[in-house]
Design a protein around this ligand. Structure first.
Ligand SMILES: CC(C)(COP(=O)(O)OP(=O)(O)OC[C@H]1O[C@@H](n2cnc3c(N)ncnc32)[C@H](O)[C@@H]1OP(=O)(O)O)[C@@H](O)C(=O)NCCC(=O)NCCS
Length: 175
């Protein structure tokens, strides 16, 4: 199964919201509020071209044979320090098949080729799949952020993981 990253389109909004609203995602990431219109605006706000350094948020949709299966994004992009946070989600019915790893690896390829030098992941300490995914791609755990963010009304501990450009070895897809 080969996954490719494409620029988000208005037609991706409902799927994207569905992936983010599923019970597993809600347990590990804060679910933004608002109706579909608001989600559409949020999707439209993110850029996809890293040569345009006017943005703080960049997003791509992962597609397999033309079907959207996930989203990978960079947030709080600081072009002075060439650093950002990464976020990602895979459609619930497509998880555990290697697509998350492929999609995040493709995002890292773009990010480092686009000039970023430090990419961070903030992960709930009980999100085993996400921790496994980033550590498998070479991220190092740099610390424990106690009660870092509020998810479903509860302050949750997070790990901070980061990958530096010089540590990145483009991954060989496994699926
Ligand atoms: C995290 C997520 C993107 C992973 O995507 P995926 O397609 O399921 O992951 P992959 O199939 O590529 O697997 C990646 C690694 O995680 C492991 N893994 C997958 N699901 C797992 C689970 N439920 N528990 C423990 N490990 C798991 C896989 O075995 C694989 O490790 P390996 O390569 O050493 O075998 C997906 O589970 C998801 O969308 N979760 C909800 C949203 C989320 O957590 N986003 C990240 C917030 S920080």
């Amino acid at each position: 199964m080969t996954l490719r990253l494409v620029k988000p389109q208005p037609g991706h909004v409902e799927e994207w919201r569905r992936w983010r609203a599923d019970p597993v995602s809600r347990r590990v990431m804060q679910l933004p509020g608002g109706d579909l219109d608001k989600w559409a605006k949020r999707l439209a706000l993110a850029l996809s071209d890293l040569s345009d350094r006017s943005g703080e948020s960049y997003r791509w949709i992962g597609e397999v044979e033309g079907t959207p299966v996930g989203s990978v994004s960079f947030h709080f992009v600081d072009w002075n320090h060439l650093a950002c946070e990464i976020g990602y989600v895979i459609a619930p019915e497509r998880r555990g098949m290697g697509l998350g790893r492929q999609m995040v690896a493709s995002g890292l390829d773009l990010g480092f080729a686009g000039g970023l030098e430090r990419i961070m992941a903030f992960i709930c300490t009980d999100n085993a799949a996400s921790i496994r995914l980033v550590e498998d791609l070479g991220f190092r755990r740099e610390g424990l952020l106690r009660r870092h963010a509020v998810i479903e009304g509860e302050r949750r501990d997070h790990y901070l993981h980061a990958l530096l450009k010089e540590e990145w070895r483009p991954a060989v897809p496994r699926s």
